[in-house]
Design a binder for this molecule. Structure first.
Ligand code: BEZ
Ligand code: FE
Length: 301
């Protein structure tokens, strides 16, 4: 067939996908082609505009390296990451809700036990915090031997990966046999998403703001349970209602409270430190088709 035009082109391209052996790939490619063509038709896309689009996508790719993942950032600010999370994590009642991974997870962080000090080697001080709690099953029973991968930005709102130094404020914290975990860190502060690349330019151009409310990230894994990729946000943060990547859930907002001097002393923190008590609740894995583990390709380092 020849003589393609705006009325028959979509069907022709979809027709050429019919031989795709992998059924799921065929389904995804077919829908992508249909939606892309519909988008071009809807906005009557000009050649100049599409060339601008191609230039933008090229710049996004060129900005990526082993430390920087501009495509994850693009997916995040377009709400696509949260859409995919929402489609794939229908949280069981009582389970900790999932939210975006973000571009700053890294494999290979140091392993710690109960009471770990994640401030070790930090190049910048913050407000000292004692984070403690339990990893529980949705039925309230302790989950033994869970691992919490935790990471957060430094006091200036920049992640260790962004400056290429040693790992900071991140670690793999093992819970004990009773599901209890605890670590020392700094209270997270709100920060800007990286604005020095094409995605930042796009955010500015669209008049959107670029702040993320203060949070720590956690991936909680335990044998026999569904892994959860989540955040704990800071109650009272001014950006909770305007997160640049749409990741806030009411159930993930935690209250940081002042510790008494005696409490702080007991865990080896200075007077005036704060604490966060936070339980994670996991769903059993049995019978659920879900991603089990974070894949190597999810990380940039
Ligand atoms: C983060 O929380 O680390 C993050 C998530 C999405 C975009 C940028 C940063
Ligand atoms: Fe973050």
């Amino acid at each position: 067939m020849r003589q393609f035009n705006e009325d028959n082109l979509t069907a022709a391209v979809v027709g050429r996908l019919k031989g795709t052996k992998d059924k799921r790939l065929r389904e995804i490619m077919t829908a992508a082609v249909k939606h892309l063509h519909a988008f071009a038709r809807e906005v009557q896309l000009t050649e100049e505009e599409w060339f601008e689009g191609i230039k933008f996508l090229t710049q996004v790719g060129q900005k990526c390296d082993d430390k920087r993942q501009e495509f994850i950032l693009l997916s995040d600010v377009l709400g696509l990451s949260m859409m995919v999370v929402a489609l794939n994590h229908k949280t069981a009642p009582g389970a900790t809700e999932a939210t975006v991974l973000g571009p700053f997870f890294a494999h290979g962080a140091k392993e710690y036990g109960y009471g770990a000090d994640l401030r070790e080697g930090a190049t910048m001080k913050g407000e000292d915090v004692w984070v403690s709690g339990r990893v529980l099953s949705v039925d309230g029973k302790p989950v033994p031997n869970a691992v919490l991968d935790v990471w957060q930005a430094k006091a200036d709102g920049i992640y260790d990966l962004q400056t290429g130094g040693e790992f900071e404020l991140r670690g793999r914290v093992k819970a004990n046999a009773k599901g209890e975990y605890a670590f020392k860190s700094y209270k997270p502060k709100f920060y800007s998403i990286p604005m020095d690349g094409p995605v930042g330019d796009m955010v500015k151009e669209t008049g959107n703001h670029h702040m993320r409310p203060a949070h720590m990230h956690a991936i909680v894994s335990a044998p026999g349970y569904q892994q959860v990729i989540t955040h704990v946000f800071v109650d009272g943060d001014p950006y909770l209602d305007g997160d640049a990547v749409f990741a806030v859930k009411n159930s993930l907002v935690g209250k940081y409270k002042k510790m008494s001097d005696a409490e702080a002393k007991k865990v080896g923190l200075p007077a005036g430190s704060v604490k966060l008590e936070w339980d994670f609740r996991l769903s059993p894995e049995a019978g659920v088709k879900a991603r089990k583990k974070i894949a190597a390709s999810d990380a940039i380092a």
